[in-house]
Write a protein that binds this ligand. Structure first.
Ligand SMILES: Cc1ncc(COP(=O)(O)O)c(C=O)c1O
Length: 401
């Protein structure tokens, strides 16, 4: 039987497709440090778990398609805490930030339309674009430049009559870059000039390091009608499995459009929204502590990577990912070697090959994305594995003397 052309164009997720190799390694008794996926080891705030335990309703019923009012009304005070003025009516609760991205694409774009995205980019956006039959047009950022925003002329060069939006992710997955006020303004001016939208994925906004304050794209009211923000509870409160996110937009036409799709999927999950409501009440102290923990992991891992011969990485300023260039031809082969052929004292490490984080074919082939989601003791063991594996890897480009 024939499958859709759409689905045959999909690639298996570069974050998950090496899982069978990891499972085999585990069956052989090897401990695998998972730095391939953004699943933190941080404890979810206890009141979130308690809220699930105390879910007192007798029926788990369908709720509002735009999300429960109580949750939507609780969110503006959270946004206020970083200087953003939004109302409950500007917020649609979604099944994770993932659904917010899909709704946004479906609402803003027709099949064949184009969205410009700096690469490397959050790889699942590629799958969401394919689902909506839209094309991502890449503008390449480079490790050597610290993954800063490429010159605005590169964005302009990508514009065609089919361009409907530019999409940024800040703090960035996979690079850890945070777009500066100047970078955001340049992009906002461009989308205004082109009369298109700017979609910004801010799911990592709580993870900003070096004492810096995060500036949301929602804090530029003069551009508010053309800005869509993707938000998520997953990482902020370490509740990834709860699947609660949000689409935030001041443009009512966009929200009304998204609502038509939201109604078709009936509602976001109910028990999880109760958990999310409890999460919004999490004291700032929890978020500060988690941020400090990630910052020390960032410092630790960057320092360890700098010590491994032939490895290059930039210093991420936020989120909990980085891209590292390895002295190998093909990072995916090396990631398989790590899982299939290598162990150090019964341990190995799983990384995500970065090629799938680029739209442009061939880019990122010698790069990996590393998620520093484990504690520093585990990170130390994982980096020892990486160093030893690079030294013994037969496909190494510049053999260590
Ligand atoms: C940049 C980015 N956006 C969105 C998501 C999806 O998050 P959610 O769990 O809310 O669907 C992720 C998950 O890793 C992500 O890294």
């Amino acid at each position: 039987m024939r499958m859709s052309k759409r689905i045959s164009g999909f690639q298996a997720s570069p974050i998950r497709r090496l899982v069978p190799y990891a499972n085999d390694a585990k069956r052989r008794g090897v401990h695998v440090f998972h730095l391939n996926i953004g699943q933190p080891d941080i404890i979810t705030p206890p009141q979130v778990i308690e809220a699930v335990r105390d879910y007192g309703r007798k029926i788990i019923a369908y709720g509002q398609s735009e999300g429960e009012l109580e949750l939507r009304e609780a969110l503006p005070s959270y946004y206020k805490s970083f200087g953003v003025d939004v109302a409950a009516d500007d917020i649609m609760i979604t099944t994770g930030g993932s659904e917010a991205i899909q709704f946004t694409f479906m609402t803003l774009c027709d099949p064949g339309d184009e969205v410009i995205v700096p690469e490397p980019y959050y790889t699942n956006v590629g799958a969401f674009a394919q689902t909506a039959s839209i094309t991502l047009k890449p503008v390449t950022s480079r490790l050597e430049d610290g993954f800063t925003l490429p010159d605005i002329a590169h964005f302009e060069a990508m514009v065609t009559p089919k361009t409907r939006a530019i999409m940024l992710c800040s703090p960035n997955n996979p690079t850890g870059h945070i777009y500066t006020d100047e970078e955001l303004r340049q992009i906002l001016d461009l989308v205004k000039r082109l009369d298109i939208f700017l979609i910004v994925d801010e799911v990592y906004r709580e993870f900003v390091y070096d004492g810096k304050r995060f500036t949301s794209v929602l804090s530029y009211p003069e551009y508010a009608d053309r800005v869509v923000v993707v938000d998520s509870f997953s990482k902020r409160y370490s509740m990834c499995g709860a699947r609660i996110g949000a689409l935030v937009c001041k443009n009512k036409v966009v929200l009304e459009g998204a609502m038509k799709i939201a109604q078709a999927r009936l509602c976001p999950p109910d028990i999880e929204q109760v958990a999310a409501l409890a999460a919004v009440k999490t004291p700032q102290e929890y978020l500060d502590r988690v941020r400090d923990e990630y910052e020390s992991r960032r410092d630790f891992i960057v320092n360890e990577l700098h010590k491994i011969p032939g490895v290059l990485c930039s210093e991420p300023k936020g989120a909990f990912y980085l891209v590292a260039k390895l002295p190998v031809e093909n990072a995916e082969d090396f990631c398989i070697y790590l899982l299939r052929d290598f162990q150090l004292n019964g341990q190995t490490v799983m990384l995500a090959p970065a090629e799938g984080f680029y739209v442009t074919e061939g880019l990122g082939r010698d790069e990996v994305r590393i998620a520093y989601v484990l504690n520093t003791v585990d990170l130390k063991h994982a980096m020892a594995c990486l160093k030893a594996a690079l030294a013994s890897y037969p496909g190494r480009k510049d053999p260590v003397a």
